[in-house]
Ligand binder design. Structure first.
Ligand code: DX5
Ligand code: ZN
Length: 219
């Protein structure tokens, strides 16, 4: 199974956005995680398709993983695909027909993922497991970077892993040198880290250390 590390752009220095995207790409990380928020779904607003397009422009070969924390992702799928999204993650708590949304994402040639919040029971995603390329298990309440990792969410990772041995399972929120290896042990194979990675003076070394810590555990 592949293991991937994804810096979350939300934690970047926005006054130097282009350079920060390039720093993340040069760190050896596998993909860029782009957090899109609307204030109905979370108590915050981040950025929209234009920033996804900027990341495509400055780092065309750096894979773009787009996390839609939106109540109505169905209204924005084409916009994010046109901006350069390569995986789109929609929440099971969204207010729209998710089977339809996932099928639309797939029909546009983009990878599909279903995400679930910490308070959402894992059973809610079961009906979608045959229609997605990836599941995103939130390990913080979405809305902000820099929050504390909620360890109980890893039970959901283990439950999904036992049902789907081959499926990509990502964790998002509070990822760092301690919580990412724990998540790998629970069955996750893709790891978002925002504030932890962007705070590093040497992101390359931090990414390499995370990889070796994961590698040691899953040997
Ligand atoms: C939370 C976002 C996360 C966040 C992670 O709403 O979905 O992707 O940026 O940031 P850290 O790693 O700082 O918790
Ligand atoms: Zn995210």
């Amino acid at each position: 199974m592949k293991f991937e590390i994804l810096p979350s752009l939300l934690a970047a220095d926005f006054s130097r956005l282009g350079e920060e995207i390039i720093r993340a790409e040069n760190s050896g990380a596998d993909a860029l995680h782009l957090d899109i928020m609307d204030p109905h779904f979370v108590p915050n607003i981040s950025f929209g398709p234009d920033v996804v397009a900027v990341s495509k422009k400055v780092a065309p070969h750096f894979y773009r993983n787009v996390h839609l924390m939106m109540s109505r992702p169905d209204l924005f799928i084409e916009k994010f695909v046109n901006a350069g999204a390569q995986t789109i993650q929609v929440h099971v708590e969204a207010d729209c027909d998710l089977h339809q949304v996932l099928s639309k994402i797939g029909s546009l040639g983009v990878k599909r993922a279903i995400a679930l919040n910490p308070e959402t029971p894992v059973e809610r995603v079961f009906e979608f497991l045959g229609e997605v390329d990836e599941v995103l298990v939130m390990t913080v309440h979405p809305g902000y970077g820099g929050q504390k990792f909620i360890g109980e969410c890893l039970e959901k990772v283990t439950a999904i892993r036992s049902l789907k041995p081959e499926l990509d399972i990502m964790i998002d929120g509070g990822g760092n040198a301690e919580t990412i290896p724990l998540s790998a042990k629970a069955g996750a194979n893709m790891f978002v880290a925002g504030s932890y990675l962007f705070a590093q003076s040497n992101m390359t070394e931090a990414v390499a250390n995370l990889r070796s810590a994961i590698g040691e555990l899953v040997k």
